[in-house]
Design a protein around this ligand. Sequence first.
Ligand SMILES: [Zn+2]
Length: 329
Amino acid sequence: MKKIYIDPGHGGTDPGAVAYGLKEKNLTLTIAKYIRDYLKGYNCSVKMSRTGDKTLSLSQRTNDANKWGADFFLSVHINAGRGTGYEDYIYIKLSNQSKAGQVRAIIHNEVVKVLSRYKLVNRGKKKANFHVLRETKMPAVLTENLFIDRREDAALLKNTEFLQEIAEAQARGIVKAFGLRKVSPRKKGTTSSKKTKPSTQDKKPSKYTGDSIVDYLKSIGQPSTFSHRKKLAQQYGIKNYTGTVRQNIRLLNALRDGKVTTTTTGKYTPRTFKVGQKVRIKSSAKKYSRSTVTIPEKYKQKPYTIQQVGKDDLLLKELYSWVKKEDTY
Ligand SMILES: [Zn+2]
């Protein structure tokens, strides 16, 4: 099993870069934990240099990874110095054809998709003589995730949805680079299935009648991840699947009927929304409206202030995130 070592930069008495009320050490830990959580769904073991606000020297980090025998080392940082955007590094003496260079290219590719969605600057693939890149015995990459001292970047760094997206892009890169396989989630009380690749062929009759694609897939024993839904969407002729409400309803109907349909459910009754008004997120809500990230349970059923009103969604002030109108009450 591949061993993936995730190193959230700084920590403890070393806050890293600080600006706009943000500390690099906290952001790197948040991103690293999202990466770890994503990788938990794959056949690899993950170790972090720290999982809390702990002081660690650079040598402690690289020694720990070397001793553990990691197959890959990823160090997560936030940039500073009046620039903007994302960049990543491999050790200065390595070529782009080295293993580190190859893995970095794949991670970079995944991150670029997020950058373009948020219209962020790609500062490119770089090389440097950083301790964590030089002293690690395994391929190592260091990512610099936006500039903490740039107002626009800082605003995104306050957005947990964005942090999750940029983290999961890096995790997806690792999954692709190392060919990691998804592990089937164990269901309590049932014997685990031997199938590793669920397909639309092995259909289980579903008793689920709601309009959530995620819950429907769970009810038929299939993964509800974005990548699996995208695969299914392709099979059912839904082009350019990005996980919009409309596409999810089409996919749900297609799965239920075995064919593609363009009808949408008319369940949602429009309400009026005003800036400053308070709304809560329904417990049935799945994803934020402008990304493929799942809304954490802890954010649901709590009051938030509408900061901006979109056509079908609302910007919630306290979350810095867009949520579908129909997912609020
Ligand atoms: Zn740093």
